[in-house]
Ligand binder design. Structure first.
Ligand SMILES: Cc1cc2nc3c(=O)[nH]c(=O)nc-3n(C[C@H](O)[C@H](O)[C@H](O)COP(=O)(O)OP(=O)(O)OC[C@H]3O[C@@H](n4cnc5c(N)ncnc54)[C@H](O)[C@@H]3O)c2cc1C
Length: 284
């Protein structure tokens, strides 16, 4: 016999306004999109859920995907496989690879972009890349809305205010002609994996710009902007970069993060960056 199991009340709003009004009157409700993140953190046969659940996926507006001149706009409840269906030529290689790296095809059929961004783990597979792409999210509550950069959203002092729901994500198109996205570690334990994304724009054998981000487990996102700036304008091929004084900017930036990033992961980040640089040399 199953004891102490009480069914939660599930609400199925059909519009965003209806959702926001329900959420305002029941701020302790659980927002339920695909449920793959929610259920994967409740490791019991009969997961305990709060008394009220707001089911998001019957709201058509939340699944819309639009392309404008400057960005791709994706509704929070668009499923990951549907986003992949837009195609690599539009998403560009790094974003396409990142989404494809999440879980399995079956999970991606249910899991949503909004659920990925809002899962309580800070460094989910997509976050370093979305931060690098300057993606912005729309947060709405009854009577108000605001747009927030993903980088700020990750900041523990920012994030959700009471009654807010993530409704849309805007991902600017980019013209980086070299892109890399890599996840290292145990795929079954994505929460401790290292995620690395790197972009470079190479013009006439010169690095016009380069930027990268890495995220480890439940930590924040690592960037090394001074290092990126110092590399911009350098001519390729760039051999022996570890001997180049500019490289110390990366090692110093990583060392400054020693409380957040283990020496193992710091070495991995250096290695992934060097591999990316080699790939730029090889492409000439
Ligand atoms: C086998 C397996 C493998 C996985 N592998 C990965 C992986 O490799 N990388 C990875 O990043 N994740 C992984 N996940 C976690 C999860 O599947 C993804 O993060 C997924 O994108 C979550 O989306 P969802 O729609 O299922 O979110 P849900 O589970 O519905 O929600 C997740 C959280 O976000 C909140 N939320 C959802 N939508 C909104 C919204 N619109 N506004 C405000 N809050 C909202 C929910 O309240 C909840 O707290 C895995 C899960 C499983 C089961």
């Amino acid at each position: 016999m199953i004891k102490n199991i009480r069914s939660p009340l599930v609400y199925y709003p059909k519009t965003i306004n209806e959702l926001l009004s329900l959420y305002k009157s029941m701020p302790d409700s659980l927002l339920y999109a695909g449920g793959t993140g929610i259920l994967s953190t409740r490791n019991t046969k009969y997961p305990e859920l709060p008394p009220n659940i707001l089911f998001l996926r019957r709201i058509d507006e939340l699944s819309a995907i639009r392309r404008s001149e400057g960005y791709l706009e994706i509704g929070a409840c668009a499923r990951l496989n549907r986003i992949l269906g837009i195609g690599e030529h539009v998403l560009k290689p790094a974003l396409y690879a990142a989404i494809k790296n999440i879980a399995t095809k079956e999970v991606r059929n249910i899991a949503t972009l909004g659920g990925n961004i809002c899962s309580p783990y800070r460094s989910k597979t997509l976050m370093p890349l979305l931060a690098l792409l300057d993606a912005r999210i729309e947060l709405r509550k009854q009577g108000g809305s605001r747009w927030l950069n993903v980088r700020k959203f990750i900041d523990p002092d920012e994030g959700f205010q009471e009654g807010e729901v993530l409704t849309r994500v805007r991902i600017p198109f980019n013209n980086y002609n070299h892109q890399s996205f890599i996840v290292t570690g145990d795929r079954a334990d994505y929460r401790s994996a290292l995620t690395f994304a790197c972009f470079a724009s190479v013009q006439k054998e010169n690095i016009a710009s380069i930027k990268f981000a890495a995220g480890v487990g439940n930590k924040g996102i690592f960037r090394a902007r001074e290092f990126e700036e110092a590399l911009a304008g350098r001519k390729l091929p760039l051999y022996g970069i570890t001997e180049d004084p500019v490289f110390t900017r990366l090692t110093t930036a990583l060392k400054n993060q020693e409380e957040e990033i283990s020496s193992f992961h710091r070495r991995q980040i250096e290695g992934l960056f060097l591999t990316f640089m080699h790939s730029l040399n090889d492409m000439l």
